[in-house]
Design a protein around this ligand. Structure first.
Ligand SMILES: *Cc1c(COP(=O)(O)O)cnc(C)c1O
Length: 469
């Protein structure tokens, strides 16, 4: 098998800049360091500024990034754990939670007090939610062998939560045509040890929205929690709904929805490193608190899994929300939904391609005629970066603001036509394959016995300095 290091160059800077193999005795001049960093950032921005990368740079507006970075810089050195010294963290966190709750219609909540947390990202929100369900269910229902039930399409962060927190994970298959989970199939997997069921709005592979209203009824009938994963869709679907797109209800207006994750660092257009986790009932938020009272270092409390964290992240997430505003989010959503529809029309021009599920701001497609990864291979040579899917093999593009720029849809039309023609001629196997976050080639994803060694290679490559030569 090809080593990961053959698949892309992990060290493109080794000839350009000095390689640091240990802490330098004398510090380098700051101006020189900043010049290097500016050069690297400019090079890396070239990869997505074309509008040809799925997801990742949700905003893509360098002025907005500069504004957020200024907000970050003012508070980056402050510790959000020390609220006596930085009450700004309280203003930012409280208002981020209030704004996210408002967006998720927490005003519809009756009988409980809604609350939230700001976490380190989508995974942080999902892990914290599952930990809260576990500890709350242990305290209130005496559950010691907890399980969670998720549609197959729900994010691997739920698998990670099960792994880390000793939860049994029950996975329910989805309908291959609609990609949605069948509530009756979810119901069949719930038992007296179920702490929460999960639905996505929308899921990562297809961007489709599970039947959350039915899952809400199910959660209420069976007395279990319902976490809605709005990490991806939380800050765009509400505006799609306002614009008249067919967005089924998925938020706190549904009485069975007990928690929602919505990432400020995706369609909230914030810097990487924040997400909101929202609870219908403060009791679940309170289960996230951790404390040690008898430590020599003093009585220790932390809200959630993290210890010290930068107030700068809170400041920049807050700044993104208040600078964009509802009107800004709505305008960006309008362009994104319209661009997605235009790109979907381009896919429909090719009878050899088949859309999977009904597109929202994400569209996914496969082919029944050829290996779709040949399309990815060819598109890659034109600068396109799709995300690879499997079961069935497919490609998706999460449409973001860089795609809404002039000319991107036309380039997509030209390059896709060329890639389909190319794919039809291929007889061998494709190079690209399905890896989350990108589609490097040369791996056989099914060969699970190799995965651990592949991960070691990836980590070695990502965390190494180049070999001397
Ligand atoms: C991105 C994503 C996550 C995980 O978020 P991270 O910020 O990468 O940790 C969870 N769920 C969905 C649907 C996502 O798209």
């Amino acid at each position: 098998m090809a080593g990961m290091s053959d698949l892309f160059d992990a060290h493109p800077y080794q000839d350009r800049y000095p390689v640091q193999r240990g802490l330098p005795e004398q510090g380098r001049p700051k101006a020189e360091i900043l010049a290097e960093l500016r050069e690297m950032a400019a090079l890396e921005n070239q990869a997505w500024e074309t509008g040809q990368c799925s997801g990742t740079m949700y905003c893509g507006d360098l002025d907005h990034y500069a504004f957020l970075t200024e907000a970050f810089g003012l508070f980056a050195h402050q510790n959000a754990l020390q609220r006596d010294m930085c009450p700004s963290a309280t203003r930012f966190e409280g208002e981020i939670i209030a704004m996210a709750l408002d967006l998720m219609h927490a005003n519809a909540i009756e009988g409980t007090e809604p609350a939230g947390l700001v976490t380190s990202g989508g995974t942080g929100s999902i892990l914290q939610a599952m930990l809260s369900y576990r500890d709350h269910a242990r305290a209130t229902r005496g559950i010691t062998m907890p399980n969670i039930v998720k549609p197959e399409t729900a994010h691997p962060a739920f698998v990670k939560a099960a792994h880390l927190f000793g939860l049994e994970l029950r996975v329910v298959p989805v309908d291959p045509a609609t990609t949605l989970v069948d509530p009756a199939a979810m119901a069949a997997r719930i038992d007296e040890n179920t702490i929460a069921i999960i639905g996505s709005a929308g899921n990562y592979p297809y961007g489709t929205i599970d039947p959350i209203a039915d899952l809400s009824d199910l959660a209420l009938a069976r007395g279990v929690g319902l976490h809605v994963d709005g990490c991806l869709g939380g800050f765009i679907l509400p505006f799609g709904e306002e614009l008249g797109y067919a967005v089924p209800p998925f938020d706190f207006r549904l009485p069975g929805v007990t928690s929602i994750s919505a990432d400020t660092h995706k369609y909230g257009y914030g810097l990487k490193g924040t997400s909101s986790l929202l609870f219908r009932d403060k009791a679940l938020r309170n289960a996230a608190y951790f404390y040690v009272l008898d430590w020599s270092g003093g009585k220790y409390f932390s809200p959630g899994m993290e210890g010290s964290r930068s107030d700068g992240l809170l400041a920049s997430a807050w700044a993104s929300l208040v600078a964009t505003g509802r009107a800004g989010y709505r305008a960006h959503a309008q362009e994104i939904f319209a661009t997605c529809a235009a790109m979907v029309d381009v896919v429909r021009e090719h009878p050899q391609l088949r859309l999977v599920g009904s597109p929202t701001f994400v569209f996914a497609f496969t082919s029944d005629d050829f290996d779709i990864y040949h399309v990815a291979d060819r598109m890659k040579t034109r600068g396109w970066r799709f995300n690879g899917l499997q079961y069935p093999d497919g490609l998706h593009l999460a449409v973001t603001r860089p795609q809404t720029r002039d000319g991107v849809v036309d380039r997509f039309r030209t390059d896709l036509a060329d890639a389909v023609a190319y794919a039809q001629e291929q007889t061998g196997s494709a190079e690209s394959t399905a890896i989350y976050g990108g589609i490097p080639g040369g791996l056989t994803a099914d060969v699970s016995t190799f995965i651990e060694s592949v991960m070691e290679q990836i980590m070695d490559a990502h965390q190494s300095v180049p070999a001397p030569r």
